[in-house]
Structure formats: structure tokens, C-alpha cells
Design a protein. Structure first.
Lengths: 151, 362
């Protein structure tokens, strides 16, 4: 492994920028992502920074059951994120639609139909610690030796 | 005079300051905002369409998921509407426990709203302090109801779990700690000179404008309308003898201060409930039957109304929900944002009205 690659690995393991997008949830998971920022969970001690800017993000947290308002927009947003990148589905909604996936509803789950999802955190809503551990366990799998794996 | 618009600036739907997707379109001249418009439609799930034709046992859980921040009040208003309709008796202990849980939910929602505002004006220290206090409130909510967000605590005729004696003692001790911290942060907010520069006199909603826009909740109470508080008409709250908070400035500063004061008010209400809490059962009897009712309650953001129509088996034939945020969003874009002198104040003014997009669109 080249020196450059090991430097990249080192830097990437301590700097993960996160953006979150709400594609039609009840807000509960949204708030649990915000709660990760609080000093009790202290997401920044692991080098995770919640930015909410797709152009700087490494990881996209997708919340919600995919409403018609996000057609085309979610895919555009995903393409704006630079490589290497990964998307995590937070909560039951992006996985199965939870209880919104019923006749006559407007949602179109799962979100993995629309953008590639790398990890899923079930729960209605999941606890902040679960969201945190999902981000921390996914990051080395995606970002370590990214260039080597690509070749 | 001819009106010149320099540029129309869209803010959102993905924006670092917004918790939820909404787009604010501002027509500006220089930095001066001439008019603003809010574009919604990113979160429409059609919950009311799913609810129709389902038994109340399912609709109860759907009602709770209209909004994840103020889930307790949606549960409470729906269940109390059913109770009023079918004359179901609620024991005194259960009625007071409902008030305790509802006020804890109001506290965490108000603290979260103030966190968002402080984060938007980039006072990150105060924002993080507030988020830390919120975790303590969430702990209490979890200890009583068993879940952090969607707890489904209130059921027809009572509540799901009893409050144990040691939990009541823990709640009392924790409330004292929370009160001390909230008072400290309120003084920090009051006396911060930079906070005052970003908040005082910005996004003013006068009493006349608030009446015209039918503003509700803390937004209206910050414009000198204490009578909009629906808790004044609730039978259990009437026995607790509380007086709603109100201020007269009507700017961003007043809206945040009203929320701080309401958190302290809620702590007082919970203490009175704990003192009055009688021994006894927590469940009455009764099954929801046929009927039709319109019922409102006070959500953290303002008046929440449910219209429910059921058949004899308790199936919901028709339901319509009116949430408080739609009123405040209208008040925000037509009155508050107009005349904001700097574009940097647009997100903070929008956030100070505490819009909840998930409730609004359902």
C-alpha cells in the first residue's frame, strides 16, 4: 500500500462529514439525528461533523418513506455528493415504509429503489446511539483503501 | 412607485439551518426582503387518507406519527376526542398523569425550538447547552412512558403505565436540576449583547397582524395574545390554576423568551400535578362507539384540532386534522419576513416561528 493511501486512510478515519435528508418522515428520526449532536452523545469526538451540505458530505443519512415531492430531487442530491460516499437509511420508513406503507398513501418505499443504500438502522425511531454506531461501523468499510478497492 | 426586485432567492429545501425540507423564496432588493413565499410539498404522505376506514386502535398509532416532535399531544387530542364522543370516564390519577407527560413533551419541544434558533444565529454554545438539557427531559419522558419519541402512552379511559413512587421522586429531583439550568440559559439569552443584535426588533409580528394571520401558540403569545392558549379550556388544566405567558414585543427575541418562560411554567404545572396526584386506578372503562366530534388541544406550537367521525364498531369513517404550524407559516411569510433588512435574518426568523413541516403536510 502506498504512503499516499495510508495518509488518506488516516485522514478519512477521523473526518466524516454527514448530511441528512428528510424524504417524508414523521420528524421523529430527524430529531434523533439532531440529538446525536448533543454533548451527551457528542458525535464530534469521533470526528463526525453534521454539515447538512451535500457537496461536502461523505455520508448521507436518509430519513423518511420517499414522497412524490422528492422524485428526481433525491437522485440529483445523491449525485452531488463527491466519491467516496455512502447512504444510510435511518428508521423503518426508508426500509419498509413503516405504517405509512398502506393503500391510498402517497409514499413509495423503500428508498433503495431510488438511491443505493449501504446500511440500514431499523427502529421507530432508532436511538441516537444506534445511529452513531451505524455511522462509525460503516465508515471504515467504505472509506478504508477506497482507491485500491476501486482499481 | 415602481417596485424593483433585484433577485429572487430560494432558501432550502436542504439547508444547514432547517430541520425539515421547506423552500422559502424571497424577493429581495439589495439585502432588504420585499416579499417571501413558502413552498411546501416535500413531506406529503397522505396520513388522513390512510386513516379513513381503519379501526381506532390503528388510527391511534397513525395519529401519533403525524408529528414526531409533539407526538404526545396528537395522541392526547385524538383519544380525548374519542372519549368525549363516547362518554368514557377517565380516573383523576390518569388525567393528571396525562398532563405530566404532555408538559414534559412541551418542554422538550420548546427547548428544541430554542436550540434551532440559537444554532441558526450561530450561537452554538447556547444551542449545545440547550440540547443537553433536552436529553434530561427525554430521560424523564422515557422513564415514565417507556419510549423517547413515539410512546403511545394515552389510551381511551386512562394511561398505559402507572407512575411509580421512586419515579415520581426522581422526576421531582430532576425537575429542580432542569429548572436551574433553563433559568441560567434564559439569563444568558436575555443578557447576550450579540444575541440581542440578531434578535431584537427583527421579524416583528404586531398584535393586529397576528390577529389577521390567525397566528397561534407561542408565536401569537409573543405578540400579546395570551388568550389563544387552548389549555385554558381543558378540564384538567383548569383545576391546576396556571396563567399563560405573554409578551408584547412580537419580535424573534420575544418568541424565544416566551418559549423559555413556558418551559418554566410547565415545570410548575408538573410540580402541582405531582403534589395533587391521588392514589387510585389509572384505567377507566369504555369502548369508543359511533359519533362525530370536533375537538382541539394546545400543542407546543399552538392550537391543534381534530374532526373525527366513527361508526358503531369504532372505525374511523372520516377524519381531518388541523395543525398549528400552517397558521404560523402563513404569519411568518406574509408578516414577519416582509421588511427583514438582511438575508441572514430570513432563516432565523423562519425558525423562530418554529415551523413543523411534517405536521403541516402530514
Amino acid at each position: 500500500m502506498s504512503l499516499l493511501q495510508s495518509v488518506k486512510n488516516l485522514v478519512r478515519s477521523h473526518s466524516i462529514h454527514v448530511a441528512y435528508v428528510d424524504v417524508g418522515s414523521c420528524n421523529g428520526c430527524d430529531i434523533e439525528v439532531l440529538a446525536c449532536l448533543s454533548p451527551r452523545y457528542d458525535i464530534e469526538q469521533y470526528g463526525i461533523y453534521v454539515h447538512n451540505n451535500p457537496r461536502e458530505a461523505d455520508i448521507l443519512l436518509v430519513i423518511g418513506a420517499y414522497t412524490p415531492g422528492w422524485e428526481e430531487k433525491l437522485h440529483t442530491l445523491w449525485e452531488k455528493i463527491p466519491d467516496p460516499k455512502a447512504a444510510i437509511a435511518i428508521g423503518n420508513c426508508p426500509i419498509s415504509g413503516c405504517l405509512f406503507n398502506r393503500p391510498h398513501s402517497l409514499v413509495d418505499p423503500p428508498v433503495s429503489k431510488h438511491i443505493p443504500i449501504a446500511a440500514e438502522v431499523p427502529g421507530c425511531p432508532p436511538r441516537p446511539t444506534e445511529i452513531l454506531s451505524a455511522v462509525l461501523s460503516l465508515a471504515p468499510l467504505v472509506f478504508k483503501d477506497y482507491e485500491v478497492a476501486k482499481r | 412607485m415602481k417596485r424593483t426586485v433585484d433577485v429572487s432567492i430560494p432558501i432550502g429545501p436542504i439547508h444547514p439551518c432547517f430541520k425539515e425540507p421547506a423552500r422559502v423564496k424571497c424577493e429581495t432588493k439589495g439585502e432588504f426582503v420585499l416579499s417571501a413565499e413558502v413552498e411546501l410539498g416535500y413531506m406529503k404522505k397522505g396520513i388522513e387518507r390512510i386513516m379513513r376506514g381503519r379501526p381506532w386502535q390503528e388510527v391511534m398509532f397513525l395519529a401519533e406519527r403525524v408529528c414526531g416532535i409533539c407526538s404526545v399531544i396528537h395522541n392526547m387530542v385524538f383519544i380525548e376526542a374519542l372519549e368525549q364522543m363516547s362518554a368514557i370516564f377517565v380516573p383523576d390519577r390518569a388525567a393528571l398523569l396525562r398532563v405530566i407527560v404532555n408538559e414534559l413533551d412541551r418542554m422538550q419541544s420548546h427547548i428544541l425550538a430554542n436550540f434551532s434558533y440559537c444554532y441558526t444565529i450561530e450561537h452554538e454554545t447556547l444551542a449545545m447547552y440547550l440540547l443537553d438539557v433536552r436529553e434530561q427531559v427525554m430521560d424523564e419522558l422515557e422513564r415514565i412512558t417507556g419510549a423517547r419519541v413515539t410512546c403511545a402512552y394515552i389510551v381511551p379511559g386512562g394511561v398505559r403505565f402507572d407512575l411509580r413512587h421512586e419515579d415520581a421522586l426522581h422526576l421531582k429531583a430532576n425537575l429542580a436540576a432542569i429548572e436551574g439550568e433553563v433559568v441560567r440559559y434564559m439569563h444568558m439569552f436575555e443578557s447576550g449583547p450579540l444575541i440581542a443584535l440578531r434578535s431584537r426588533g427583527i421579524g416583528v409580528l404586531t398584535r393586529e397582524a397576528a390577529l389577521e394571520a390567525y397566528a397561534v401558540g407561542p408565536t401569537a403569545r409573543a405578540s400579546g395574545m395570551p388568550e389563544v392558549d387552548r389549555r385554558l379550556r381543558h378540564p384538567t388544566y383548569k383545576t391546576l390554576g396556571f396563567s399563560p405567558v405573554s409578551r408584547t414585543e412580537g419580535d424573534n427575541y420575544a418568541r424565544i423568551m416566551v418559549r423559555f418562560q413556558e418551559v418554566l411554567e410547565s415545570i410548575g404545572i408538573i410540580r402541582r400535578c405531582l403534589d395533587m396526584l391521588p392514589e387510585g386506578p389509572i384505567r377507566g372503562g369504555g369502548i369508543p362507539g359511533a359519533g362525530e366530534i370536533s375537538y382541539s388541544g394546545e400543542a407546543p406550537r399552538g392550537e391543534l384540532s381534530y374532526f373525527v367521525k366513527t361508526d358503531a364498531a369504532g372505525r374511523v369513517l372520516d377524519i381531518s386534522i388541523q395543525t398549528p404550524s400552517i397558521m404560523n407559516i402563513e404569519a411568518c411569510c406574509h408578516y414577519m419576513l416582509k421588511g427583514v433588512t438582511s438575508l441572514a435574518d430570513v432563516p432565523s426568523t423562519f425558525v423562530s416561528a418554529d415551523p413543523c413541516i411534517a405536521c403541516t403536510e402530514r
